[in-house]
Design a protein around this ligand. Structure first.
Ligand SMILES: [Zn+2]
Ligand SMILES: [Zn+2]
Length: 153
């Protein structure tokens, strides 16, 4: 995910160097996601490799660096993950409820068609945190209206 302008100041000055080190020195140019995004990647790790075609999307992979705790200031190695666009997007949006059904579908497919993933492997790559109910992001319409009325008077 591109850095949002309003968050730019939250990144350290040497972020480009940190990001490059994570993506190319540590990750070797390959997506490091082992289920952080909620998907059960066949073989345990996302197969996406920088500058090559993504096996799932078919488009060229541009490796990015994700913050696992969504905090740009936190550039400790353990908080950073080299991630392809697909995994990064899913990590940022935390689609736990969506990914859960996809994980189940993948598990079914793996059990039925591939038979190479043991249940213990699948359990290991489940997202570490349980799904949380999301709070409504906007106030009810009548509250917004009364606020506007106050502003106008
Ligand atoms: Zn990936
Ligand atoms: Zn992933």
């Amino acid at each position: 995910m591109p850095i949002r302008p309003e968050n730019l100041h939250r990144y350290p000055r040497d972020w480009p160097q940190i990001s490059a080190r994570i993506r190319f020195e540590r990750a070797g140019g390959r997506c490091e996601c082992t289920g952080h995004c909620g998907l059960a990647h066949p073989g345990g790790r996302c197969p996406a490799i920088h500058d090559q075609l993504h096996p799932d999307t078919g488009s060229v992979v541009g490796l990015t660096t994700a913050h696992l705790n969504h905090t740009p200031e936190d550039v400790r190695d353990e908080n950073l993950l080299a991630a392809c666009q697909l995994c990064h997007l899913r990590i940022d949006h935390g689609h736990h409820r969506v990914t859960r059904s996809i994980t189940l579908a993948a598990r079914t497919a793996a059990a039925g068609q591939l038979g190479i993933l043991a249940d213990t492997d699948l359990a290991r790559i489940e997202p570490p945190t349980p799904p949380r109910p999301t709070a409504p992001r906007t106030a009810p319409t009548d509250l917004q209206l009364s606020f506007t009325d106050q502003e106008a008077s």
